[in-house]
Design a protein around this ligand. Structure first.
Ligand SMILES: [Zn+2]
Length: 191
């Protein structure tokens, strides 16, 4: 889609969508019918495939997304979202669903930093961040093994000091082409 047209097309479509009351078939509540929260990747291939492959309709689950389905910080916004889902929105199980062929797999910081420089980010800015104690390279680094990454995120959630005991935390990897799920961590074990 051409730059400068995306927002316009969305707004035009949206007006018709609302006018035709097309929202009616999606009406539900903020509480997940299937009582779960899912952390998954922002990958475009999962936008519709993941809910279909898990038999999820509108209203069935809380869905949290980021690059790689990674919980990288125990007190970041991803972990906060999961805790809010559990304490305030009736989620009773947590699923971490990463996927094969993820953009975060094998991602190195160096090429990303190069692309930043190409788009006008200066060495001065990067140096200032480094002097402030921010580990940009570590922060931008992806993961080397998707199964290890899932296990690591499951561990952070499971062992979080604010996560109530008895909430199963499952770890899975989905095939972004077929939707096949591989179970990595069965959260019903070792509760
Ligand atoms: Zn991904």
């Amino acid at each position: 889609m051409e730059s400068g047209t995306i927002l316009h097309e969305i707004m035009t479509f949206n007006e018709t969508f609302v006018k035709n009351r097309e929202y009616e078939k999606y009406e539900t509540t903020k509480y997940p019918n299937k009582k779960m929260v899912i952390l998954t990747c922002m990958d475009t291939r999962l936008l519709e495939l993941l809910p279909k492959a898990l038999n999820l309709g509108n209203g069935d689950a809380k869905l949290v997304k980021n690059a790689g389905a990674i919980v990288s910080h125990p007190f970041g916004s991803i972990m906060r979202s999961i805790l809010i889902a559990v304490y305030e929105l009736q989620a009773q199980e947590v699923l971490v669903i990463a996927h094969y062929d993820c953009g975060m797999s094998g991602l190195k910081a160096e090429p990303v930093l190069e692309h930043m420089k190409e788009q006008g980010i200066t060495d001065e800015t990067l140096n200032t961040l480094a002097f402030s104690g921010i580990d940009i390279k570590g922060w931008l680094h992806g993961f080397d093994s998707v199964t290890d990454s899932v296990k690591h995120s499951v561990d952070i959630i499971k062992q979080h000091p604010l996560m109530p005991k008895g909430v199963p935390v499952h770890g899975l990897v989905i095939d972004p082409k077929t939707g096949r799920l591989d179970l990595i961590v069965d959260g019903y074990q070792n509760q």
